[in-house]
Design a protein around this ligand. Structure first.
Ligand code: ADP
Length: 674
């Protein structure tokens, strides 16, 4: 086995490889760019070598810099991870030339699978079933068109050099052919500097099922079962699972054999994935082979109990495969959800920012989080915006799915928009629970996943309002305990003081919509009851809030929800959905005009964050005077006119009851007239 390896990657996969290397007693060398000086993978490694500026073209993708780092540190082998140089034949060759072991397949295998058309040629010859289509050299328009006409529409035009869904066009009829061909060619030329096309029968409702294969240098080959990766957005995977639902042993064996056959046809070694389209009728077709470890390998690890990175290292060190096919067994079911910094509402546009708060669900035998970032880290424009992979396991699919939704509801990320709620909504919707999977899943079930009909919002609005009320009651309770005075007006279990009106109105925003809520307290003491009225309903509500767990009793029906508060909003995870609400900010500045006694009132129960001016310091109208925080949302109180604050009644850190007078403000004209 090696004594030292270099990991030519960053983020979660670099951390993942370092973990296994450590377990095997292998020293690790990380590489990093300017953007990654303080990154987790750099801290985890035994040594680290600087590569260059943040853009990957100037750092992680520069073959010579990576090779030099390995030579400088005496690393015997390089693990390329996925992406970057992992499928780069030139890099693989350079490793060979320098006597560094490339932890991956032989260069010829990488080259053979580099072009989709060449790969199909090889696979067809080896007897692996192909999607019907044309993958010939002759690229004349008439030849391509005739092949499409002959196989019948719809067809899919694909760039031979393609990847990441680029250079791909569906053609639904003969009339659309020319326009689609021109567009696909242009896109392919722009992305890959090559416009060769292949034509495939377009399967309308296929599943993406892929087989994990492993080969060693001693003629052994096994498959570590299949993964279903049908749930995709923009032809990219979102949730993966293993085993594939509804897979019968005969089909598994047939696909496994075809995958091994594919690997053997190119003298494969190491970890590889053979991707198939599985049609409704059980026919399956070779799509492509990825000659590296895949992002979604953990689901295969969870159901097989194997460490696939360890297998990679053993094979690269010329050992035989740790297990034979009949020693491998499927145990239970696993899911992986990719947590991204992206906005599902904006067509999954990646977002950037600082992870101001990050708390992942706890790791256990059921929950695993593979990540490369910590709280305080940056998700930058330079690399993939994946924050983590959340992997869960249990005895069967239903139980594993419950683990997944629970773990998603426990994930706390502030500082940027993520796809966590989207994943939760996807994982909890009925079609996903029933495993009605195909590659069009997200588009097909868009309205369910995105709650376009707003029925769920109307249903859960009282629970969201109850959460607000209980948070405020808790703040009051804390204040009472601090004051230590049992006769203090804070010592009441209600959210409102006795001398205040027992009705409270506020607005909750869901996306762009404003929902008015009226809450009336209808009993006192333990188990305070409220009447919550929204546009759609009026309910009798009662609840308890323990940490992030809310138990709501709405008209006698008890349900449990988890709440995650973000910078200026909170997400409510109920059994069926995750909905994010924002409390509409009360307009403070204007409310003090005519009737104002000269003070400014606290909009709600909360804490004083900071005082921004000194007493008697002259300020202009609109200038910020102090900042209050409630529900993790900040409220800035501003000067209603030119003048000065003659007294502050609270200091930073103090809890304030909603409606309390916070300060006395003297407007200039008033001061002058006195
Ligand atoms: P890329 O390499 O660009 O990712 P792939 O060939 O791997 O492209 O295909 C990506 C996705 O496109 C598949 O997972 C599947 O959802 C869809 N796809 C590819 N070929 C077909 C086809 N013949 N019929 C229907 N869908 C297809």
């Amino acid at each position: 086995m090696f004594t030292k390896i270099l990991i030519a990657n960053r983020g979660e996969i670099a951390c993942r490889v370092i973990q296994t290397a450590r377990k095997l007693g292998i020293r690790t060398v990380a590489v990093y760019s300017d953007a990654d000086r303080e990154s987790m993978h750099v801290n985890m490694a035994d040594e680290a070598v600087y590569l260059g500026p943040a853009p990957s073209r100037e750092s992680y993708l520069v073959v010579e810099k990576v090779i030099a780092a390995a030579l400088q540190t005496g690393a015997e082998a390089i693990h390329p991870g996925y992406g970057f140089l992992s499928e780069n034949a030139e890099f693989c060759r350079r490793c060979e030339a320098e006597n560094i072991i490339f932890i991956g397949p032989p260069v010829k295998a990488i080259e053979a699978m580099g072009s989709k058309s060449a790969a199909k040629e090889i696979m067809g010859a080896a007897g692996v079933p192909l999607v019907p289509g044309y993958h010939g050299e002759d690229q004349a328009r008439d030849i391509l068109k005739k092949s499409a006409d002959d196989m019948g529409y719809p067809v899919l035009l694909k760039a031979c050099a393609g990847g990441g869904g680029k250079g791909m066009r569906q053609v639904w009829s003969e009339a659309e052919f020319d326009e689609a061909l021109n567009a696909a060619k242009r896109e392919s030329m722009n992305s890959f500097n090559d416009d060769a096309m292949l034509v495939e029968k377009y399967l309308t409702q296929p599943r993406h099922v892929e087989i994990q294969v492993f080969c060693d240098n001693h003629g052994n080959a096994v498959h570590v079962f299949e993964r279903d990766c049908s749930v995709q957005r923009r032809h990219q995977k979102v949730i993966e699972e293993a085993p594939a639902p509804g897979m019968d042993p005969a089909l598994r064996e047939a696909m496994g054999e075809a995958a091994i056959c594919a690997a053997k046809a190119i003298d494969y070694a190491g970890a590889g994935t053979v991707e198939f389209l599985l049609d409704q009728d059980g026919s399956f077709y070779f799509m492509e082979m990825n000659t590296r470890l895949q992002v979604e390998h953990p689901v295969s690890e969870m159901i097989s109990g194997q460490d696939l990175v360890e297998w990679q290292l053993r094979v690269a060190a010329n050992e035989t495969l740790p297990l034979s096919q009949d020693q491998l067994h499927i145990r239970g079911h696993a899911f992986e959800a990719r947590i991204y910094a992206e906005d599902p509402e904006q067509d999954f546009l990646p977002v950037t920012g600082t992870l101001s708060f990050l708390q992942a669900p706890e790791n256990s035998s059921h929950v695993r989080v593979d990540t490369g970032v910590r709280q305080g880290d940056e998700v930058s424009v330079y690399y993939d915006p994946m924050i983590a992979k959340l992997i869960v396991w249990d005895e069967d699919r239903d139980k594993a799915l419950s683990r997944l939704t629970k773990a998603l509801s426990e994930y706390r990320i502030s500082g940027m928009t993520t796809n966590i709620e989207f994943l939760y909504n996807l994982a909890s919707c009925a079609p996903f629970r029933e495993a009605q999977l195909d590659t069009g899943f997200i588009e097909k079930h868009h309205s369910v996943i995105f709650h376009d009909n707003h029925q769920d919002v109307a249903r859960d609005l009282p629970i969201a309002a109850l959460y607000i009320v209980l948070t405020q009651a808790q703040a009051a309770e804390q204040q009472a305990q601090r004051s230590g005075d049992p006769s203090s007006p804070w010592h009441t279990n209600s959210a409102w003081r006795l001398n205040e009106a027992h009705t409270h109105c506020f607005e909750l925003n869901f996306h762009e919509q404003v929902h008015a809520v009226t809450v009336e307290q209808i009993s006192q003491g333990a188990g305070t009851r409220y009447r919550i009225t929204t546009a759609e309903q009026s309910v009798d509500a009662q609840g308890t809030l323990l940490g992030n767990e809310l138990v709501a009793n709405i008209n006698g029906y008890l349900s449990r929800a988890t709440v995650a508060s973000h910078d200026d909003s909170f997400s409510l995870y109920t059994q069926d959905s995750a909905l994010t609400f924002k409390l509409a900010q009360p307009d403070l500045g204007e409310s003090n005009d005519d009737t104002d006694p000269g003070g400014l009132l606290a909009p709600m129960n909360g804490t004083v964050v900071t005082l921004l001016v000194a007493p008697n310091q002259n300020v202009e109208k609109g200038e910020a005077l102090m900042v209050m925080e409630a529900m993790k949302m900040e409220h800035t109180l501003r000067a209603p006119a030119d003048g000065c604050v003659s007294a502050f009644y609270y200091q930073a850190g103090e809890l304030v009851d909603g409606g309390s007078e916070l300060l006395t403000f003297d407007a200039t004209d008033k001061v002058e007239s006195e």
